[in-house]
Design a protein around this ligand. Sequence first.
Ligand SMILES: CC(C)(COP(=O)(O)OP(=O)(O)OC[C@H]1O[C@@H](n2cnc3c(N)ncnc32)[C@H](O)[C@@H]1OP(=O)(O)O)[C@@H](O)C(=O)NCCC(=O)NCCS
Length: 188
Amino acid sequence: MTHPSPWPVRADGLLFRDAVEADVQTLQSFRNDPGINRFMVRTHVDPDDLRREWLAVPESPTDFSCVVERDGEVVAMGFLDVVDGPGQPGCPSGTDGLIGYIVDPRVAGQGIGSATALALLRAAFDGLGLRRVTAAAYADNTASVAVLEQAGMRRERLSVKALWHHELGWIDEVGYALLADEWRHGPG
Ligand SMILES: CC(C)(COP(=O)(O)OP(=O)(O)OC[C@H]1O[C@@H](n2cnc3c(N)ncnc32)[C@H](O)[C@@H]1OP(=O)(O)O)[C@@H](O)C(=O)NCCC(=O)NCCS
């Protein structure tokens, strides 16, 4: 299945759009911040890789990540990947989504993470027509857990010492999900 891009979108005073070359320096300026890498599996992104990966997104059939602009400044990045379901024979492909987000620490605590999670869910369900969206966070990532729960996502699992962090060692991870029906009609 091919999907048209769900961006650009304006919501909550923010513009969610594809990244362009002029954004790269700003993305590089906060992606490797130690406060961010404390909560990321990928604890360092080479600046050249970052440029290449973000500028390739608009041509990707599965990567619908976006940058988040407020008053003309890029303040966050949102990740939205279309992924396959569990893969049993006959299982349709490209039905599910995986979301994530990083907010520039200079503007943390201003609602941008929460607004980004909602925009990603809206893009996944209403824009791309996906069936199920998941997200994961380190279990001690209080801010991200708050973002996911306020967005209405359902906690599905606690995976004990499931992830490796190069400074922290083995880390507990929580997994969240939401189905399209739950997005449209609420729990139950
Ligand atoms: C997680 C993150 C995206 C939150 O973004 P944000 O814009 O600061 O979040 P918001 O302002 O929307 O706040 C969301 C909630 O988290 C809470 N929160 C924010 N920062 C917090 C912190 N450091 N500790 C505890 N709670 C925090 C807020 O109080 C708010 O809850 P409330 O509405 O009940 O008050 C941001 O902290 C970040 O980029 N962290 C590093 C990268 C990361 O962890 N990404 C997610 C990987 S799974």
